[in-house]
Ligand binder design. Structure first.
Ligand SMILES: Cc1cc2nc3c(=O)[nH]c(=O)nc-3n(C[C@H](O)[C@H](O)[C@H](O)COP(=O)(O)O)c2cc1C
Length: 183
């Protein structure tokens, strides 16, 4: 079956899926089921990674005082304290550097970013809301959650059921990203 499987998704439907995701910064209190959170992480583990090293980790934070600590580390961004769950996704340098040396730093950052993206999109598919949050004090987050030296937190992903903003953010015309053959 696997050898024969070929996705034949309607791309306009896929685009609609992507266009209907927005960063959500207002959350209600219900906590998503543990099993749902596990499913998001299972989706993330399907992400590609350099040498299949899966050089990423995630801390699932639900404890209120820890979420408040994360909010403080994120320069008081309210959605971090307000979301019932914060997924702290980190790059695992040892897992990648043990195979790739210095280059493994970049690979681990990429592995973690892709895994976090899969979690964000899986959450959207499941009707959950997220806000990718990159502005935070790394030392503060590492100390609060006891991250080991070889782990670098790259994103705090606020997660829960919330309220979409009334308008979607604009995008630049896609062609402005593109260069053909040479820049
Ligand atoms: C690398 C990165 C860092 C971000 N950091 C923050 C942040 O610290 N706080 C925040 O509220 N949103 C943050 N965002 C969310 C962006 O503001 C948001 O994705 C962008 O404005 C587009 O809006 P949309 O997600 O609703 O489509 C970040 C997104 C990315 C990819």
């Amino acid at each position: 079956m696997r050898g024969r499987y070929s996705a034949n998704m309607d791309l306009s439907e896929f685009l609609t899926f992507l266009e209907t995701r927005s960063s959500v910064r207002e959350y209600d209190s219900p906590v998503p089921d543990r099993s749902l959170i596990s499913s998001l992480i299972r989706c993330a583990s399907q992400a590609p990674s350099a040498g299949n090293r899966e050089a990423w980790d995630v801390v699932v934070v639900t404890d209120l005082s820890l979420r408040e600590g994360l909010m403080e580390a994120a320069y008081e961004q309210r959605h971090i304290g307000g979301a019932p769950v914060v997924l702290v996704i980190s790059a695992n340098y040892i897992r990648s550097m043990s195979q790739y040396g210095e280059r493994g730093i970049l690979y681990a950052l990429q592995d973690a970013t892709i895994a976090a993206t899969y979690m964000m999109l899986a959450a959207h598919a499941a009707g959950l809301h997220t806000c990718w949050t990159g502005a935070f004090d790394e030392k503060g987050v590492a100390e609060l959650l006891g991250l080991p030296q070889h782990s670098r937190a790259i994103v705090l992903l606020a997660l829960g059921y919330g309220h979409l903003p009334p308008y979607r953010t604009e995008r630049m015309p896609p062609d402005e990203h593109v260069h053909y053959d040479r820049w």
